[in-house]
Design a protein around this ligand. Structure first.
Ligand code: ATP
Ligand code: MG
Length: 424
């Protein structure tokens, strides 16, 4: 029997993991810079959490969740996104009582959605997300957007576009919703089955439909922008001026609605405008979710956040021809010659590692020449040559692989000498 990775998932091999580690380093450093603290929540949650918070009418909840019943007859779901778990934890752990508000959190970890596999779309993918909960200050909207953009900038990306919209508050949404029902209602028979059920439950979703996106009634649908009340319009203006203040460019798109139900006011996406990037251009999505904490029994705690997948970030880097600087694999390779040199060589290996020098030796019983080849292949910066004569004399031959220089060094002085070479 042969086994393969499940459809929509991938093994990330050592030839790739180092890039992931570089991205994660950028994320950790930037979040520290912006004072966001890491939170780690479980991989699965009660199914109802996502049904309530992400929304019953969304594709994510209706079609994409990995839901199962455990042996205790509980319905659990592999998390399809990170905001609902973070807000659950915020409420459960009474973070609204922390003296420092807003509470600024971030996470990096796998998410699961039953989707059709294509480039940039997986069933298990890794999202980095950040959430600022507890403040309704438009400045924090701009901060969160700036953080997301900074990740891409540090990864070297240049071809980026920030798209922005306001979804307004409950009052605007209710008025707009009425207008949508009146607009689509008489013609709903021309739309897909999903849209027909969306009409009553959540007509805004029709604008986001992947099946009917070409229907002329979608282009002519009443725009949310015309239904923003004074307060929402002012909030949107404030967010934009904070972005202007940071020198961040954006485009306003009145049709940007986002795929999850919980958003209000600010909604945004960051796209790649690079030629090589293929059909899916969205790198990051986010928005404001005032009322989400209340929805699960918490106090009022307005929040804003975003999520991006590492997979799409790496694809965008590839499309723009950006790579990370690869670190030399190894400081020192110890080449031993003859049985007598083996134990002293192994002892030296231990001492080098204890001194923080990245070292390796042969475990395949290779001849000296093949050991030298290994050292080359592993890009060792130095080679220590140890034969029976050297052992007897208490010295080693130290070869600098960059210039081929070879010197005899007493074992007692070796580590000192190596540190010099590594630093120089
Ligand atoms: P899309 O329209 O591409 O399906 P979405 O609206 O479902 O995206 P969100 O739920 O907002 O996406 O997730 C935020 C980000 O997570 C996306 O912008 C994308 O970078 C990433 N993402 C979402 N789904 C996947 C997936 N199946 N595989 C890889 N990355 C994903
Ligand atoms: Mg999706």
């Amino acid at each position: 029997m042969k086994f393969k990775v499940p459809r929509g998932t991938q093994d990330i091999l050592p030839s790739e993991t180092w890039k992931w580690q570089q991205v994660e380093k950028i994320i950790d450093e930037l979040c520290d810079l912006y004072r966001y603290k890491e939170i780690r929540t479980p991989i699965f949650e009660q199914t109802e959490l996502f049904q309530r918070l992400v929304g019953d009418t969304t594709d994510v909840v209706q079609k994409e969740m990995y839901t199962f019943t455990d042996k205790g007859d509980r319905s659990l779901t592999l998390r399809p996104e990170g905001t609902a778990p973070v807000v659950r934890s915020f409420v459960e752990n009474k973070m609204f009582g922390y003296p420092d508000q807003p509470v600024k959190l971030y996470y990096t970890g796998p998410m699961f959605r039953y989707e059709r596999q294509q480039a940039g779309r997986y069933r298990q993918f890794v999202q980095f997300g950040a959430e600022a909960i507890g403040s309704a200050d438009p400045a924090i909207d701009a901060e969160v957007i700036a953080l997301a953009l900074d990740v891409y900038k540090r990864a070297g990306l240049k071809h980026l576009k920030l798209v922005l919209n306001s979804l307004g508050d409950t009052e605007c949404r209710t008025a707009h919703r009425k207008a949508l029902v009146a607009h689509f209602g008489p013609h709903i028979g021309e739309f897909c089955a999903d849209c027909q059920s969306r009409l009553e439950k959540n007509p805004l979703r029709i604008l986001d439909c992947k099946v009917d996106h070409g229907h002329p009634l979608i282009a002519s649908a009443p725009s949310l922008a015309d239904y923003l009340n004074e307060e929402s319009a002012r909030y949107f203006e404030d967010v934009k001026s904070y972005l202007d203040n940071l020198g961040i460019e954006y485009e306003v798109d009145a049709n940007l609605v986002r795929g999850l139900d919980y958003y209000n006011h600010t909604a945004f996406e960051i796209m790649s405008t690079s030629d090589g990037f293929g059909a899916i251009t969205t790198l990051c999505g986010g928005g404001r979710y005032n009322g989400l904490a209340e929805e699960i029994g918490g106090p009022s705690a307005p929040g804003i956040g975003f999520a991006m997948s590492i997979e799409r970030l790496l694809l965008a880097m590839e499309a723009e021809g950006k790579t990370f600087q690869e670190e030399p694999a190894l400081d020192v390779y110890i080449v031993t010659l003859g049985e007598q040199a083996r134990q002293p060589g192994f002892k030296l290996l231990g001492e080098l590692r204890a001194a923080g020098i990245r070292s390796e030796m042969d475990y395949m019983d290779r001849k000296m020449k093949a050991q030298m080849k290994s050292a080359d292949r592993l890009q060792a910066r130095m080679v220590v040559l140890l034969g029976e004569d050297e052992v007897a004399e208490g010295v080693v031959q130290l070869k600098n692989m960059a210039n081929g220089e070879q010197v005899k060094v007493p074992v007692a002085e070796l580590i000192e000498k190596m540190k010099e070479t590594l630093l120089g």
